[in-house]
Design a binder for this molecule. Structure first.
Ligand SMILES: NC(=O)NCCC[C@H](N)C(=O)O
Length: 409
């Protein structure tokens, strides 16, 4: 049965959502590799799984249907009748181009049932797991000497928000910025193409992963059925936003305006949703570090131009005014992360204090460790559902990053 996939709000009731339970991939980090794989520490697997299960339970207990990426991917591959070609693509994109090695690795992966194979590709394949009979220099010099892994682990997969995102009645399957995350969006491509619940769902493909520019889902907020906010960030470029604007404005999408918000291009604030999220019809969280001392910042407003394919771009420095105008609101509240305190704000932002996931207007899921931000949201009348976060937070992403809404009211 086809799924109803549609997201025209950042805050309306969450009906279904895609998660990935952290697996062995987070144990395949070492101090030498973790930074390249975009982690700042090594999570403890049993606890990160417990914390993630608690997150999923909060969503389920509040009426959301939870789907798991790893399960959908295995089901899609089963249905594809194209297992060999799909596995070949993962091997190719893992930079393994020598036939002997690719064949031996394929044999190893094919010795497993499909779910175990998907889990293994996600977790990573070590050189010493596969019996490679190659005398090639590429194998000795490039693979064996440079890395313990034939296929690198994908520890960021539990941040399902980033490799793909639903915009209205369509999906953007993202070309990820860094090598560490490039292969992640291939799982979503396979699901959309082959999974019985997705392939006939009428989903538009606004962007696929073959484009040369990058947008990551953490940068994209669906403020209403007509307005998107997209971060110009370390991971998402102005050019990519313009390309998406052209596609959305010239298609049957409902979107008519994009606020492109410039944020610092630094690790702690790699996506817009690490510094700015919507929590109610007129309430937002914001990390004060993205504004200058006088509260100004760069916001570009993109709208359809007069000629076909033309985009009209204007510039503004007042985020609050831009939001009010775009959403037809007379007042809005921007709630500062950590209360704007010189220590609490950067500390809680580092642990995703601004990265809230709204599951209904005025009801958000947050990390329990960000008690200053959580308390302040409560003072603003927001219902805050806290989840444990000691291990989940180690990869620099919060509840919004860990969820990809498939359907909202
Ligand atoms: N939307 C998000 O901000 N996602 C968090 C991504 C964290 C991950 N370690 C990364 O650096 O890509």
């Amino acid at each position: 049965m086809s799924l109803n996939i549609n997201v025209t709000s950042e805050i309306s009731k969450l009906n279904s959502v895609l998660l990935k339970r952290p697996g062995r991939e987070v144990e395949n980090l070492t101090p030498d590799t973790m930074h390249g794989l975009l982690f700042d520490d090594i999570p403890y697997l049993p606890i990160i799984q417990q914390e993630h299960d608690a997150f999923a339970d909060v969503l389920k207990n509040n009426g959301a249907q939870v789907y798991y990426l790893e399960k959908l991917a295995a089901e899609a591959i089963e249905h594809s009748k194209n297992k060999e070609k799909i596995v070949q693509q993962f091997i190719n994109e893992s930079n393994i181009h020598e036939k002997t090695i690719a064949d031996e690795l394929t044999g190893y992966l094919f010795s497993m049932d499909t779910q175990s194979m998907v889990d293994k590709i996600m977790a990573g394949v070590r050189n010493d797991e596969v019996d490679i009979h190659s005398t090639s220099l590429a194998w000795s010099a490039d693979h064996q000497k440079k890395s313990l892994f034939l296929m690198q682990p994908m520890p960021n997969l539990y941040y399902t928000r980033d490799p793909a995102n639903i915009l209205g009645s369509g999906i953007s399957i993202n070309n990820m910025t860094y090598t560490a995350r490039k292969r992640e969006s291939l799982f979503m491509e396979v699901i959309v193409k082959y999974h019985p619940d997705f392939k006939d769902s009428g989903l538009n493909i606004w962007r696929d992963r073959m484009v040369s520019t990058s947008i990551e889902g953490g940068d994209v907020l669906v403020l209403s059925d007509e307005v998107l906010a997209i971060g110009i960030s370390q991971r998402t470029s102005g050019r990519a936003i313009e390309e998406l604007a052209k596609t959305l404005f010239s298609s049957n999408s409902t979107f008519k305006k994009i606020l492109a918000i410039e944020i610092p291009h630094v690790r702690a604030m790699m996506h817009l949703d690490t510094v700015f999220t919507m929590i109610d019809t007129d309430k937002f969280t914001i990390h004060p570090g993205i504004q200058s001392l006088d509260g100004k910042m760069s916001v570009y407003i993109l709208q359809p131009g007069k000629a076909k394919d033309e985009i009209d771009v204007t510039h503004q420095t007042d985020l609050s005014a831009a939001l009010k105008a775009a959403l037809n609101l007379s007042e809005i509240a921007l709630i500062p992360c950590g209360g704007g305190d010189a220590i609490a704000a950067p500390r809680e932002q580092w642990n995703d204090g601004s990265n809230t996931l709204a599951i209904k207007p005025g009801v958000v899921v947050t990390y329990n460790r960000n008690y200053v931000s959580n308390e302040l949201m409560r003072e603003h009348g927001v219902k805050v559902l806290e989840i444990p976060s000691s291990e989940l937070s180690r990869g620099r992403g919060g509840p919004r990053c860990m969820s990809m809404p498939l359907s909202r009211d």
